[in-house]
Design a binder for this molecule. Structure first.
Ligand code: FEO
Ligand code: CA
Ligand code: CA
Ligand code: CA
Length: 628
């Protein structure tokens, strides 16, 4: 995820909110373990040795026929590349109207507050397609806005009017839209009764342990039960009972106040709340976002929100039981005993990996409301020997006064129990064919350099083996006894991304990385129905120096048994490839393109002088075959 200017959200956060440099060695467990054992855990599951012997790429190709496509080269073009025999067509773009009473996107003005409320939101990220009777419903997160794009018609790319700010707000949230395929081309069904925008004004219920807690109460909602809006949803999840999970990530950037000396508590600092904010300016038109006026609104965001995509009148539910942090996605697993397990990353440098386990069990057609309300949160600790454990977060283990507090100050709870600081956990994906789970650790320039925002040390080691990690890696774990509720697990690294043309050793990457498939900053992860792991990147697209030969952001497919990784898709200039779902018949793969041209270079998808627009594309086979 990148911010309005030429820096990432994390960088922006760091500039305006510098982290302490002091360290607290007392917090660190097992720091004395020898680093010589570090690589023992890498690639022990797959039969491929990541370090030492070289895995021959040609041998890997010959070893499997699980890939139904030929690998493609990297690209720096301002367009999409897919393998021969495949095509990619645009389905829906930022600003496309969902109703026929709304105007088409205006490249000169980039829309208004009113037009944006009736149109597809900006910067699509996580998404899911649901079959509903004979209808195909797409629900997608509209994560954020790029200041210089949405306000690119204004001097310096800054808001000039209240309506500019409202346009930005209305570009956030969720879009639910019916889509249909006509003559092989997918598009929006305007005026469908299912079409819906969930903007930052839409009312929703607060559920779970934090409901009504004093930290959740505001002047407008003195009971702490009802909140307006969900925004900065990054990845997503989907439940077996047909609901969608939107995951709030960098919610902190929307809070600000005019007085730059306004005091900010330590609890707020841990989440990156500052008087300055990130330039969205929402506090200028709505007091909810002014921390000088409404102290607790920020405690009401940073959650997972459950939405029924089939009922446009339904009230979304913020599920506080899943904790408050910078959620990436929420990977839902039905355990063998019917309990619902949700794996979740907190995407910030040195933050943690989480698991939620429901108290109740899922039964098809049965009651589901309590399954994401009533359960236990855990944070992961990894050991150098390839094992790990889930540490319960409760008043007893953390010393916090209540479970509500654990669910509101989840980062602090996980720090207290000594969870392992990670290299920015992005999407988590569970293998549908085996009891194993994967998480993209995208990169972390602070690894081994400085502590996280809570002062927890970030030592080099375990699943975070490289100092100032530039390229990222994918960690995987297998729960003990193939039981996702087990305390213990075994872990290894599926891949260490790197650049074998520039580096030797660890920065060349693991042996399943070669000059033909290299990439950096894995982010989106999802398994298809065949058990292939799809990997999407949100990284450095400069194609030079450490990243020479890697081109634009891309999507690859990984065979988790052999370790082989093959490049399938390359996105347009300066875009991230994020969000992945399939049509019910699996003949279309929907892929998200986010922030094309974010630094001023690129005009995808329309080209010429057009404003670059985030969009969803449909990838199909020219022979009409299955795509996952
Ligand atoms: Fe919105 Fe962690 O990416
Ligand atoms: Ca992003
Ligand atoms: Ca990212
Ligand atoms: Ca992401």
């Amino acid at each position: 995820m990148r911010n309005q200017d030429d820096i990432s959200f994390d960088d922006y956060d760091e500039i305006i909110n510098p982290k302490p440099d002091d360290t607290d060695f007392d917090r660190i467990v097992d720091i004395a373990l020898s680093r010589r054992d570090l690589m023992k855990g890498i690639m022990v599951f797959g039969g491929v040795t990541a370090f030492g012997n070289t895995l021959m790429p040609s041998a890997a190709h010959a070893a499997t026929d699980r890939f139904a496509f030929d690998a493609i080269d990297m690209s720096t073009a301002d367009g999409i590349t897919v393998p021969p025999g495949y095509k990619a067509d645009v389905v829906a773009r930022w600003g496309d109207p969902l109703w026929s009473d709304a105007p088409e996107f205006d490249h000169a003005t980039r829309g208004t507050g009113a037009s944006q409320a009736r149109a597809f939101g900006d910067n699509n990220d996580g998404m899911e397609v649901y079959a509903h009777g004979d209808k195909t419903l797409l629900i997608v997160n509209n994560e954020y806005t790029n200041r210089k794009i949405i306000w690119g018609n204004r001097e310096e790319g800054k808001s000039e009017t209240d309506d500019d700010i409202l346009k930005g707000m209305n570009a956030h949230g969720l879009t639910v839209v019916e889509i249909a395929e006509t003559d092989g081309v997918w598009g929006i069904v305007k005026d469908s009764p299912y079409n819906r925008r969930v903007t930052p004004d839409v009312e929703m219920d607060i559920t779970g342990p934090a409901t009504g807690h004093v930290l959740m109460r505001t002047q407008k909602d003195p009971a702490g039960m009802v909140v307006q809006g969900t925004y900065n949803n990054c990845g997503n999840g989907s439940t077996p009972w047909g609901t969608y999970l939107a995951c709030e990530e960098n919610f902190n950037g929307y809070f600000a106040t005019a007085d730059q000396e306004h005091p900010v508590t330590d609890e707020m600092k841990r989440y990156g709340i500052t008087p300055k904010g990130w330039g969205y300016d929402w506090h200028k038109i709505d007091d909810r976002f002014d921390i000088g006026k409404v102290a607790n609104e920020c405690n009401r965001h940073g959650y997972v929100t459950e939405v029924d995509p089939t009922d446009p009148t339904s009230r979304p539910k913020k599920r506080t039981a899943l904790g408050r942090f910078k959620h990436e996605n929420a990977e839902v697993v039905v355990n063998s005993d019917g309990k619902i397990v949700v794996y979740m990353g907190d995407d910030e440098r040195g933050e943690f990996l989480y698991r939620y386990v429901s108290n109740g069990v899922y039964a098809p057609g049965g009651e589901t409301d309590s399954l994401l309300e009533d359960g236990t949160l855990y944070a992961a600790r990894f050991y150098e020997n390839g094992t790990g454990e889930w540490l319960e977060l409760s008043p007893e283990t953390t010393g916090m006064a209540s479970l509500a507090e654990v669910c509101i100050h989840t980062r602090q709870a996980a720090s207290t129990v000594g969870a392992t600081t990670m290299d920015r956990p992005e999407w988590v994906a569970a293998n549908p064919k085996a009891a194993e789970v994967y998480c993209a650790l995208t990169n972390n320039k602070n690894r081994g350099v400085k502590p996280n925002a809570g002062g927890d040390e970030t030592p080099v080691g375990g699943p975070n083996p490289r100092e100032a990690n530039k390229y990222g890696q994918i960690v995987r774990w297998r729960p003990d006894g193939a039981d996702h509720t087990s305390r213990g697990f075994a872990w290894d690294l599926y891949v260490l991304a790197g650049n074998p043309t520039v580096h030797e050793g660890a920065n060349a990457g693991s042996d399943n990385v070669n000059t033909g498939n290299m990439f950096n900053s894995p982010d989106g992860l999802k398994f298809d129905s065949n058990g292939l792991l799809w990997i999407q990147t949100d990284g450095n697209y400069s194609n030079e120096k450490d990243f020479a030969g890697q081109g634009n952001n891309q999507m690859l497919a990984g065979d988790t048994a052999t370790g082989e990784i093959r490049r399938f898709f390359v996105g347009p200039k300066q875009a991230e490839v994020t969000g992945l779902t399939w049509s019910p018949d699996r003949r279309t793969m929907f892929v998200g393109i986010q922030h094309p041209g974010e630094r001023g270079e690129g005009n995808w998808p329309e080209g010429g002088d057009a404003v670059p627009r985030s969009a969803i594309v449909a990838v199909t086979r020219e022979d009409g075959g299955l795509v996952g």
